[in-house]
Write a protein that binds this ligand. Sequence first.
Ligand code: ATP
Length: 309
Amino acid sequence: MSTPASTPNTEHAEPPGVAARARGLTKAYGSGETAVIALDSVDVDIARQRFTAVMGPSGSGKSTLMHTLAGLDSVSAGQVWLGGTEITGLKDRELTRLRRDRVGFMFQSFNLIPTLNARENITLPMDIAGQRPDAEWLEHVIDTLGLRDRLSHRPAQLSGGQQQRVACARALASRPELIFADEPTGNLDSRAGLEVLGFLREAVDTLGQTVVMVTHDPGAAAHSDLVLFLADGRIVDEMPRPTAEGVLERMKRFDVLHGVASNAADGVAPDPADGVAPDAGDGPGASGAPPGPAPTLTKPAPDDPSPQD
Ligand SMILES: Nc1ncnc2c1ncn2[C@@H]1O[C@H](COP(=O)(O)OP(=O)(O)OP(=O)(O)O)[C@@H](O)[C@H]1O
């Protein structure tokens, strides 16, 4: 627990426009020679009422960043604030309450309760917290996500896309200050994925919510306001107003750099003709690499089948 002397921040120190903030955020797994530094002194501000995407190669620390920002995982060093509250050092019970009251979660594995129907799953966190949902908002969420005629179904009676939409509705039901979404479209076909992204976008634009989404999909990231790029536990780049093509090109530079690194490890000198800057922190989308395969979530195919409704 932080002492007042070491914690100048208070509930009043919240910078305007920042929903979550980290300074010197470091997370190590294990110790000694086998220690893995998943996050290496990360400083980040998550802007309020914005849609932020987090991208980076596998193992770069995306999930760890999200879990530590959300207070789901402890930190090894550094500080994290949710709004104006420093969560590093909070007791478990306080942290649980804060998460429950102020944060919504969407995971790739939907985490629905199999014995509850869709409506019960949607309102469960609020029921546990003893809160009454805003009826008008809840009905709007249900209609927008196309769940009206599925409310009495249990998860096993729903398609994967419908289950994810229930998870989305659950995350939004209480209008949390901050929604963390970990690959929310990972298990969905393109149409269902676009619906979920569209709804998250609308939640930010029309309801002033804040969304942080980890994704591997440049098309999904293009729905955000800002993409943060992680590599080896550090934020190495960011891209405001992203396009799928720009994100894809930026991600390809990680692949090239990894190729160069493994070539070097194999005793193969990098080819200067590759034109790859050694610094991964260059401006966004600056790579001259040709466009790759079409991103999956930029637009629906005209003949895209409906999500197993
Ligand atoms: N519980 C753990 N124990 C040990 N190492 C871990 C643990 N969780 C994560 N790591 C390591 O921390 C690093 C970052 O992992 P993290 O899951 O945050 O990456 P990621 O960018 O989300 O990866 P992916 O895109 O593959 O999901 C990786 O090297 C990973 O192996």
